[in-house]
Design a binder for this molecule. Structure first.
Ligand code: SF4
Ligand code: SF4
Length: 321
């Protein structure tokens, strides 16, 4: 298919949801397939790494990469795609910010291994073995990718040109991103290909959001029967809408679940969790430190709540050695 721009789609540390999101283009995927030459998409077709290696440097117009980086294979593939591609799009919250797997950065690698290979109730491992990068079986040497100390977002490993967040990204923004490349309508490098508004600005509950929110109690969504029409914060339920970017399609809101922040910070904000905690501090109705502590304890897992999708790129993570 000479003449068509080559596109690679690849998953690194991924649940597969971002690849599903590409399939969710439905019939529009036929138009995409007509407009580009998909030369690598391991989740959908039988491609091997040597197919990538055979490409000239820069021969691929666009690599759409989803998933985080936590092992040596993922790093190697990310670097190979970068070398072969003119443009790299970090696709989905895991590639953009580390995603939900990034919450593992609140634990050590040893903690993760202990739980997964020894302590989890379903594990049967009488020899208490851990996987090793190199081992010998029947005289043959076997190798596994090396598991890293922590989870990395894609731009912590390779240079990234554009970002499309979401868990997963919605079909309309996915199609727009691909066509922007095909048609040469490219915004400046580093742009997030999603609206520059906060979610609150587009939320259909916005009319019920008080101008001054005052929280004397914090409820978790499973503890109450939330109104489907009223702003969550007005109901005392935490919603990250004031701090995170719009464009997700509000799938969570539509099933009466508050925003968890998969679209990352609004334009101009580096750390959505820090932005939200400062907004929250102004909302709390508390007389003294003890009252504040009691309210914060009602959130349960505070870092997990604020950094569900973005721990590896958070200011908190930069402080960790
Ligand atoms: S961003 Fe969400 S859907 Fe995409 S790979 Fe990560 S967890 Fe899965
Ligand atoms: S806080 Fe949440 S529910 Fe309220 S307007 Fe913002 S996004 Fe909507």
């Amino acid at each position: 298919m000479a003449g068509k721009p080559m596109v690679a789609i690849c998953w690194l540390g991924s649940c597969g949801g971002c690849d599903e999101a590409v399939v969710d283009l439905n019939e529009a995927i036929l138009d995409v397939a007509n407009a580009v030459d998909i030369i690598f998409w391991p989740v959908a077709m039988d491609f091997k790494y040597h197919h990538l290696e055979a490409k000239r440097d820069g021969e691929i117009a666009l690599s759409i990469i989803n998933g985080h980086v936590r092992n040596s294979e993922q790093e190697e593939v990310a670097k190979l795609l970068r070398k072969k591609s003119q443009l790299v799009l970090a696709f989905g919250a895991c590639a953009c910010f580390g995603g939900t797997p990034g919450m593992a950065n609140f634990r050590t690698k040893q903690d993760v291994f202990n739980w997964v290979y020894r302590e989890a109730p379903t594990v049967v491992n009488p020899k208490r073995n851990y996987p090793q990068p190199k081992s010998k079986v029947n005289g043959k040497e076997l190798s596994l990718p090396e598991f890293y100390e922590k989870v990395y977002a894609l731009n912590q490993i390779i240079d990234v040109d554009y970002y499309l967040p979401g868990c997963p990204p919605p079909p309309d923004l996915t199609a727009n991103a691909i066509y922007a490349v095909v048609e040469g309508r490219l915004p400046p490098k580093g742009t997030t290909l999603a609206p520059d508004k906060a979610l609150c600005d587009t939320c259909n509950r916005n009319a019920t959001k008080p101008s001054r929110i005052s929280l004397s109690d914090i409820k978790r969504i499973h503890e109450v029967e939330a109104s489907p029409d009223t702003c969550f914060l007005a109901q005392g339920i935490l919603c990250l809408g004031p701090a995170v970017r719009s464009g997700c399609g509000e799938a969570c809101m539509n099933i009466n679940i508050p925003c968890r922040g998969c679209f990352g910070p609004v334009q101009g904000v580096e750390d959505a969790g820090a932005k939200f905690i400062s907004a929250l501090a102004a909302m709390l109705e508390a007389e003294n430190d003890k009252d504040i502590r009691q309210l914060i304890e009602k959130i349960g897992d505070v870092p997990g709540y604020l950094y569900r999708f973005s721990a590896p790129v958070s200011a908190l993570s930069q402080k960790q050695v």
